[in-house]
Design a binder for this molecule. Structure first.
Ligand code: PRT
Ligand code: ZN
Length: 284
């Protein structure tokens, strides 16, 4: 059998979705503008769809799994399982108001006209805060609504914030932080689950590798203990004697997030010739 994976046909998530599959060593046999494609070396089949439609296709089982923005999953409120955060397509769904206005809290929205492509999530927010407002659903270019007098407030996806800025708006309140996630049909055969587990194992390895760097450095033996204590590595660092007496080469893995701080401490502890290398896959 083949696992059927729905990804966005074109748009912001398409490239990252295809790249992730490639990094997982999955080769896709893709003719231009096809609706479907098969992997040549993994039991998976791809459906290229509009992102809005992916939760529906996964719910009704036309696709087994999908890569799609959380914003679409929660707005469409389909019955699917969110299995894994993929780490790309990060954005937030936010209320934005005119630059000159002051957001005083949820009550600012009372009686306002709100333009959005996310009526379900906006209504949920309003209900939660017991606010009555008027929602105008529009499917694109939400940010122009205040400028043409269609709305007082917008609720739209934001990443850099430049679209809001260019339209004289400012972000007032985040209602959802979103990223691309892997979603799954509710019912899964053991065979389908086994393929998904293999895929998840690969995705996890790629993601871990991106978060870590491989470090090689030279250390004077008298400072080895200190240097090793700064480098926990996967189990413990590798230490090899250098041809120069009194020196060793130390190899380890460090997290991207601690990177600069650890490098500074390593230098202070006498490390020299520090090389930092990206890791392609990381399997623990
Ligand atoms: O054709 P299809 O329906 O598949 O695509 P689409 O046009 O509906 O979606 P697309 O490709 O624009 O976005 C797909 C997914 O990418 C979204 O559902 C989000 O999960 C994610 N994503 C991440 C974003 C953004 N960042 C984003 N910035 N989706 C849209 N935007 C838009 C936003 O709507 C606004 O118009 O970008 C503009 C704001 O960006 P900044 O950088 O100016 O703040
Ligand atoms: Zn869409």
């Amino acid at each position: 059998m083949r696992l059927r994976l729905a990804i966005q046909k074109s748009g912001r998530l398409n490239e990252d979705s295809m790249r992730l599959l490639k990094e997982c060593g999955i080769d896709i046999n893709n003719g231009v503008n096809k609706l479907k494609a098969e992997a040549t070396n993994f039991p998976i089949e791809l459906f290229f769809l509009r992102d809005d439609d992916i939760p529906q296709y996964v719910e009704n089982g036309v696709a087994d799994i999908g890569f799609v923005g959380e914003n679409e999953v929660y707005e469409k409120a389909k019955s699917v399982d969110v299995v894994y955060a993929l780490g790309f397509g990060k954005c937030r769904l936010s209320f934005a108001i005119r630059k000159g206005d002051t957001f005083t809290g949820p009550e600012f929205l009372t009686g306002k006209k709100i333009a959005t492509s996310y009526p379900v999530l906006v209504q949920q927010y309003l209900n939660k805060h017991n606010i009555k407002a008027e929602i105008h659903e529009i499917s694109g270019s939400v940010e122009i609504a205040p400028g043409i007098g269609l709305a007082d407030v917008v609720c739209d996806l934001v990443s850099s914030g430049s679209t809001l800025f260019m339209n004289g708006l400012k972000e007032a309140e985040v209602i959802l932080n979103s990223q691309a996630v892997l979603i799954k049909h509710k019912k899964f055969s053991p065979e389908a689950q086994a393929i998904l587990d293999r895929l998840l194992f690969r995705i996890e390895s790629v993601k871990k590798a991106k978060k870590n760097k491989y470090v090689l450095l030279n250390a004077p033996n008298e400072h080895l203990d200190k240097i090793i204590s700064l480098l926990p590595g996967m189990r413990s660092p590798t230490v090899v004697a250098l041809a120069t007496p009194g020196w060793s080469s130390v190899h380890s893995v460090i997290a991207e997030s601690d990177f600069w701080e650890i490098i500074e401490q390593l230098k202070a502890a006498g490390a020299e010739g520090i090389l930092v290398v990206p890791i392609e896959k990381m399997i623990l």
